[in-house]
Design a protein around this ligand. Structure first.
Ligand code: UGA
Length: 462
């Protein structure tokens, strides 16, 4: 099938490469010249394991190409995915201007039946917005053609004259940064929200190879699909904030969060995933999506208590490591120097958006401390973020970051941080103290190594 994907961010680029891998002919279009030039030169604009090989393989097979020309891409394809960015406004609502621009562009160049698919995470009602924007654009373009008619007749006449037919549906994405390629090639489910039979039958063909592998396709109405995406992310964030609140209680009551996790995870209704206590969730999705859903609820005069609490618990959790540091040093850390391990909001990504590490570093710097940070891939992004902050320096390895620091603070659970050499740690730090926001080590190891080890939801080791 011939497909165009609007947007070359995480969602758009991974979706385009996946569809090409499934054997479809895919064009990717973006307004960002630099990005398209990079992609044409074989450079992926962000770090995502395995994506470079997937893109390269499909480019070489002539199934995937990149363009700056939306007209060419719209005329080429029968299926148009919209995967452009939807940043947040201050009040948490989604800025849909990029989506509207794409819809207008489609209205300008549509040249026959098109199936238009919302892939970006967008508030409930965005399928209708895209549909109406395309219709309005068509009407504007043809206003001279049928000025005398009323608007409904006008639209019907335009569509009929140009044989323009289109459907807009929702097909939300569930991939995770860091494992986006695997998630996209092996999805656990596919959600299709469509009120059109024709669109549904095209979607079944599009994802036929997934169905053959036994991957379930869940068909539903448009608005349910749109809300399913938010429900999934909010549920996951709920699990994290819940376990983090339990971790706080465990500390106060002399219990251990690892034992509690094991105890509840063995109940199949709860399960073991997404209940690791830590220094809070980050990234571009959970914080943004929860705010957006809260905002949507308020538009309907409904106050979502639970959603509001998830965010409140998380904001507090992100300050926990700094509270621990302050408690340990008697509330004065001015002049102290810290080693920071982990800048990205989670492993296997260079994304630092809303990362707990930013809260930690900004707070300790405000209190007069300095730090040297290490991250396996997020240093370039972090250097930009901290460009005006002289108190933050960067090291080329986790060991170099430790030299002459007063303590180590761990913000991200990168695999290589589990493989710690305690001897190097003890000789590098002025005092062997670890504040661990990801519970990487066992308390028994910390005791055996004579390390002061302060983690989350567990007894501190002194
Ligand atoms: C999230 C969802 O997991 C995806 O399903 C969804 O498609 C995506 O948002 C999106 O909407 O685009 P992502 O933001 O890439 O994916 O990251 P996650 O793997 O969900 O992790 C989010 C945060 O939760 C990280 O900071 C991680 O460290 C934290 N986390 C995760 C915990 O603190 N504890 C856990 O047990 C699990």
């Amino acid at each position: 099938m011939k497909i165009t994907v609007f947007g070359t961010g995480y969602v758009g680029l991974v979706q385009a490469a996946t569809l090409a891998e499934l054997g479809h002919d895919v064009m990717c279009v973006d307004i960002n010249h630099a990005k398209i030039n990079q992609l044409n030169d074989g450079i992926i604009p962000f770090f995502e394991p395995g994506l470079d090989q997937l893109v390269e393989r499909n480019k070489l097979a002539h199934r995937l190409s990149f363009s700056l020309n939306p007209k060419e891409c719209i005329e080429f394809a029968d299926i148009l995915f919209i995967a452009v960015g939807t940043p947040s406004y201050e009040d948490g609502s989604a800025d849909l201007s990029a989506i509207e621009t794409v819809a207008k562009t489609i209205g300008n160049y549509i040249n026959g039946y098109k199936l238009i698919i919302n892939k970006s995470t967008v508030p409930v009602g965005t399928v209708d917005l895209v549909k109406n924007t395309i219709l309005e654009t068509l009407a504007e373009n043809a206003s001279s053609y049928v000025q005398a008619m009323n608007s409904n007749d006008k639209l019907a006449s335009i569509l009929n004259r140009d044989k323009i037919e289109f459907d807009v549906i929702s097909n939300p994405e569930f991939l995770k940064e860091g494992t986006a390629v695997i998630d996209s090639l092996h999805p656990e489910r596919i959600i299709i929200g469509s009120n059109s039979k024709k669109a549904l039958s095209i979607m079944r063909k599009l994802y036929h190879s997934f169905t053959k592998k036994g991957i379930p396709i869940l068909e539903m109405d448009v608005r349910s699909a749109e809300l399913t995406k938010y429900a999934a992310n909010c549920m996951l964030a709920t699990k994290i904030s819940f376990i983090n609140e339990m971790a706080r209680l465990a500390e106060l009551l002399g219990a251990d969060i690892d034992a509690i996790k094991a105890g509840i995870a063995s109940d199949s209704r709860i399960g073991p995933s997404f209940i690791d206590a830590g220094c809070g969730y980050g990234g571009s999705c959970f914080p943004k999506d929860i705010q957006c859903l809260i905002n949507k609820a308020k538009e309907h005069q409904f106050f979502p208590h639970l959603l509001t609490a998830i965010e409140a618990v998380n904001s507090e959790q992100k300050t926990l490591l700094v509270d621990r540091v302050l408690n340990y040093y008697g509330h004065d850390i001015s002049g102290k120097h810290f080693a920071i391990w982990g800048l990205s909001f989670k492993p296997e990504t260079d994304d630092i958006r809303n990362s707990p590490s930013l809260t930690v570093i900004n707070s300790i710097c405000k209190l007069g401390a300095t730090c040297t940070a290490f991250d396996p891939v997020a240093i370039t992004n972090s250097k930009q973020y901290f460009a005006n902050n002289q108190q933050v320096t960067f090291a080329e390895s986790k060991e170099l970051a430790l030299i002459d620091a007063d303590a180590l603070i761990i913000c991200t659970d990168w695999q290589q941080f589990y493989e710690i050499n305690f001897d190097i740690l003890k000789t590098s730090l002025t005092e062997p103290v670890i504040f661990d926001g990801r519970n990487l080590f066992s308390l028994a190891d910390a005791i055996a190594q004579n390390i002061t080890y302060i983690s989350i939801g567990r007894k501190p080791v002194y």
